[in-house]
Design a protein around this ligand. Structure first.
Ligand code: FAD
Length: 400
């Protein structure tokens, strides 16, 4: 049976959900606050669990084509001394899928085109909803009300609609560090073209990851680069100061780090104070499902926020399909589907939010002794530990 479904938010979570639900024959309308989609941030690493969902939704081949081929991983000390260097291929072989580091703009456009512009209503700011036993009604800033069988709330980390579902204000928590991210032309002078290089020291981190061309006009390979620095919340964000700021924070770091600081274009750089939210004990209401960052904003230290949004989308479409096949009554089927969504997602995403926060603390020197121990461990890492950790995350998903 086809349902009327409203999705709030056209980020990677909302669009993945729209695509998965449309593919099951539902009538889906996406409403997005902004007039023009301009993803903030340079790129994203889609790990195999996210890419597998994209394959199920018919976008895997496009995403593989637009993304970077990252086959190795290296850790280096701040001054450029090699700590570890290992292949990621055994991991990708074990889970039958490689990772796809990809430009955010390319991923967004791919999802947007697949859903279809005619299903996405831009410039529509949702201000609230009322969920009743028969229908859910969403309200927009212009006063319009839209009725549906199901509402998918995918309005991101700052979600206001989440508070209605949870029944209280959910405060975002500062994780303790600032991230600057940017794309630069790939060059062997910065890092090997197939390797994810990370420089670590002083609780800071510099990362360079091959992210392919993203379909850019020049067909030029790029690196997705970021700088992490532990700082108090609320430090000034002035793009004219980015280069000088990073020169100060990374004085004395290795030559590739200095070259990168000279090369990036501050106008293309994003600077983010990293926040998460406490894991929620439920993600659904009578006719509402929370999805993506609205449901589980997390520190990016496992590279899982977007991948989990994709898993959410896949699980929601699956639970809806199975419940509708089992129950002729829509109301009962929806209740069953949403209960199963909660069952499948609450623990999974809660555990990843907690692990991402713990990893952020370890990487960024929240406890100096723990961070020092991690640096020492990296000097002994042969790849098995890192690969096993990533594989565990992938195997815990709906498409292991
Ligand atoms: P969003 O992308 O925030 O989309 C929400 C949309 O809702 C927006 O378009 C917004 O305009 C719209 N909206 C908001 N309010 C309303 C409203 N009231 N009405 C209508 N529309 C509304 N994840 C990974 O998987 N791998 C990574 O490598 C990775 N790296 C990251 C690095 C950094 C520095 C950060 C900050 C995050 C990273 N993430 C990563 C996480 C990832 O970016 C997010 O998890 C993902 O973007 C969440 O998508 P979303 O659709 O839930 O939310």
């Amino acid at each position: 049976m086809a349902l009327d479904i409203v999705v709030i938010g056209a980020g990677m979570g909302g669009l993945s959900a729209a695509l998965a639900l449309k593919a099951r024959g539902h009538r889906v309308k996406v409403f997005e606050r902004v007039e023009v989609m301009r993803p903030v941030g340079a790129a994203i690493s889609l790990w195999p669990n996210g890419v597998k969902v994209m394959h199920e939704l018919g976008l895997g081949t496009t995403i593989e084509r637009l993304s970077g081929e990252m086959t190795r991983m290296r850790y280096l000390s701040h001054d450029g001394h090699l700590l570890s260097d290992f292949s990621l291929t055994p991991l990708f072989d074990a889970v039958n899928q490689r990772a796809c580091p990809i430009s955010r703009a390319a991923l967004q456009q791919t999802l947007f085109d697949a859903v279809g512009a005619e299903h996405i209503h831009l410039g529509r700011h949702c201000v609230g909803y009322t969920s009743g036993p028969e229908k859910v009604v969403t309200t927009f800033e212009d006063g319009e009300r839209v009725e549906a069988d199901l509402l998918v709330v995918a309005d991101g980390t700052h979600s206001k609609l989440r508070d209605t579902l949870v029944g209280r204000r959910v405060e975002r928590q500062y994780v303790g560090y600032v991230n600057w991210n940017v794309r630069v032309a790939a060059s062997g002078a910065l890092a090997p073209l197939e390797s994810w290089d990370q420089y670590v020291g002083e609780g800071k981190r510099v990362s360079l990851m091959p992210m392919g061309t993203g379909g850019n006009d020049a067909g030029e390979q790029e690196f997705y680069c970021f700088f992490d620095v532990p700082l108090p919340a609320g430090t000034p964000n002035d793009s004219a100061r980015y280069r000088d700021e990073l020169k100060e924070h990374f004085a004395g770091w290795g030559a590739p780090v200095q070259a990168l600081i000279e090369r990036f274009d501050p106008a293309r750089m994003a600077r983010v104070e990293i926040h998460d939210i406490e894991p929620l004990s439920r993600l659904t209401d009578t006719r509402v499902a929370l999805l993506g960052d609205a449901a589980h904003a997390m520190a990016p230290d496992l590279g899982q926020g977007g991948c989990q949004a994709m898993e959410d989308a896949w699980v929601l479409a699956e639970t809806l399909t199975s419940a509708l096949a089992e129950q002729a009554d829509t109301k009962a089927a929806l209740a069953r589907a949403l209960a199963r969504y909660d069952q499948a997602r609450v623990e999974r995403v809660g555990e990843i939010v907690r692990r991402a926060r713990a990893r952020a603390a370890m990487i960024h020197g929240a406890n100096a002794a723990e961070t020092r121990a991690w640096y020492e461990e990296l000097g002994r890492e042969d790849g098995n530990g890192v690969r096993a950790g990533i594989e565990k995350t992938i195997r815990g998903g709906p498409l292991p």
